[in-house]
Ligand binder design. Structure first.
Ligand code: 0O2
Length: 242
């Protein structure tokens, strides 16, 4: 096994919540020789450090949005951001994505994934989404890697959101690391739809005709929700232009 193979640390990672590192090492010593155990420990430490860097990158991006929200409320007497949600992708979800992409289970492969760190910004109005995205991308320490506009080009099922993959520097004790973060910006209505659709997607084993009916219903709901967003935006514009 490559020293950077992380299948074992991933298993270890799931155990981590319940057991201390020393207890895990004791348990693993029943299964592995000393050399494998040393390699595993090293990979485990590297993985922990990498995940901590992703957590720091999330903190950097979240702070940037909080600053923008604060400054906007000072100048316009309202907050464009309703909520910010953050997450580091779970080990299970990372493994599943690596498998789906046919990538080897190594630490190096993690570089290929752009959504290990995720920040979701839930906005009041559609225009706020583009305003906030523009403000973020104007900052000189942010590099845009990829943008997917699922608002102007919704997915077939009706999913809407603006996705940005950005790179942000994280300053550690002795070095600067450039970390990728996936930023999803969406309205409250888009968040509501996406959350329900996500829950319903896991209701499997339904007959085909029911699945088709549900897909059509969800798509119709997404259209209604987009119309609601448009109407609320128009109401706001009318009030502001009075
Ligand atoms: P989780 O739990 O949010 O991490 P790519 O990376 O470009 O090769 P990918 O990963 O499909 O392809 O990227 P994309 O299309 O930008 O979507 C990534 C994320 O957007 C998903 O993360 C969801 O959070 C959200 N998303 C995309 N499409 C849908 C959808 O149809 N419904 C809902 N509810 N959410 C969606 P993950 O990895 O699926 O999960």
């Amino acid at each position: 096994m490559d020293s950077k193979d992380m299948a074992t640390p991933m298993v270890v990672n799931t155990l981590q919540a319940k057991h201390s590192t020393s207890h895990i090492a004791k348990t693993l010593s029943d299964y592995f020789d000393e050399e494998s155990l040393t390699k595993t420990r090293r990979t485990f430490e590297e993985l922990k450090s990498l995940m901590s860097c992703y957590q720091c990158a999330i903190m950097e991006i979240e702070t940037k949005f909080r600053v923008l929200n604060e400054r906007f409320s000072l100048n316009h007497e309202r907050n464009p951001i309703e909520t910010i949600k953050t997450r580091v992708k779970s080990p299970e979800s990372i493994l599943e994505k690596l498998r789906r992409r046919g990538l080897p289970l190594t630490l190096d492969s993690l570089d290929e994934l752009t959504d290990i760190a995720g920040v979701r910004v839930i906005c009041s109005f559609v225009d706020d989404i583009y305003m906030l995205a523009e403000c973020l991308l104007r900052q000189d320490d942010i590099r845009l890697i990829k943008q997917k506009d699922y608002i102007k080009n919704p997915k077939g099922n009706g999913y809407r959101s603006l996705h940005l993959i950005v790179e942000v520097p994280v300053f550690l004790e002795n070095e600067k690391r450039l970390m990728k973060v996936e930023v999803q910006l969406r309205t409250i209505a888009m968040e509501f739809w996406a959350n329900l659709e996500h829950k319903l997607r896991y209701k499997k084993n339904l007959p085909d005709h029911i699945t088709d009916l549900i897909a059509a219903e969800l798509s119709a709901c997404a259209e209604m929700s987009a119309e609601l967003d448009m109407k609320m935006q128009n109401v706001k514009n009318t009030i502001e232009n009075e």
